[in-house]
Design a binder for this molecule. Structure first.
Ligand code: DX5
Ligand code: ZN
Length: 221
């Protein structure tokens, strides 16, 4: 049976109470904390950096932190996030001049490395770096904001990337980010994803445990 991971995106959390929000969502059954970093350059929004990641570790968060870098360039932030306690660090290939080098730098810093593909980006760019990625993250919205609608063509791409991963024989997570809800999570899993980011579908609900349980029930169906 697939080991599905649910990764709430703290982009939709109440930032004034971030530590409590992360505790609450983990107590509600989340597996991973998805940490969205935006620089107002690669995407038209500005969020949080390594200091906030470190603050969560200092606060006592022990769950994996999945740092999604929507920044350009990426390299200078890799060691900063590794030092701040990141578990996964993912970036967009068009945000690094030397993708192979950036992936290697993430692993050398002791983190799991991932590439993020925007909705229009072909999986072709994965071909020669399959041995250097621990995760592929498919964007199912255009990055920059929470609460957007899932782009349906992601399902076809997800199935394609699942085939590439299986053929490669490497142990690589396939994560989906954007517009994931209890209504579409089963279709996304059927297309081959095993890790699901959900921001608004969890943090905008009054009961986080109920929201996560509804997703898990769909994954079990
Ligand atoms: C968007 C971010 C997402 C976002 C997802 O650029 O990468 O992680 O927070 O939010 P929802 O689940 O609301 O689409
Ligand atoms: Zn994200």
């Amino acid at each position: 049976m697939t080991d599905y991971l649910i990764a709430p995106s703290i982009l939709s959390a109440d930032f004034a109470r971030l530590g409590e929000e992360v505790d609450a969502v983990l107590a509600a059954g989340a597996d991973v904390v998805h940490f969205d970093v935006m620089d107002n350059h690669y995407v038209p929004n500005l969020t949080i950096g390594p200091m906030v990641c470190k603050a969560l570790r200092d606060y006592g968060v022990t769950a994996p932190i999945d740092v999604h870098l929507m920044v350009s360039p990426v390299d200078a932030l890799i060691t900063q996030f590794a030092d701040a306690g990141a578990s996964y660090i993912t970036f967009h290939p068009d945000a690094s001049t030397h993708v192979d080098r950036s992936l290697s730098a993430i692993r050398a810093a002791g983190c799991k490395a991932g590439l993020v593909l925007n909705p229009h980006v072909s999986p072709e760019c994965l071909k020669y770096v399959m041995d250097k990625v621990d995760m592929v993250l498919l964007m199912s919205v255009n990055p920059g904001f929470g609460g957007q609608k899932f782009i349906p063509s992601t399902l076809e791409k997800c199935a394609e990337v699942r085939r590439l991963i299986d053929e490669s024989g490497y142990d690589i997570r396939l994560e989906i980010d954007g517009g994931v809800t209890a209504d579409n999570i089963a279709d996304i899993a059927r297309a081959g994803a095993d890790m699901f980011v959900a921001g608004s579908a969890i943090f905008n609900k009054p009961d986080y445990a109920q929201a996560i349980a509804a997703m898990r029930a769909q994954l079990a169906s």
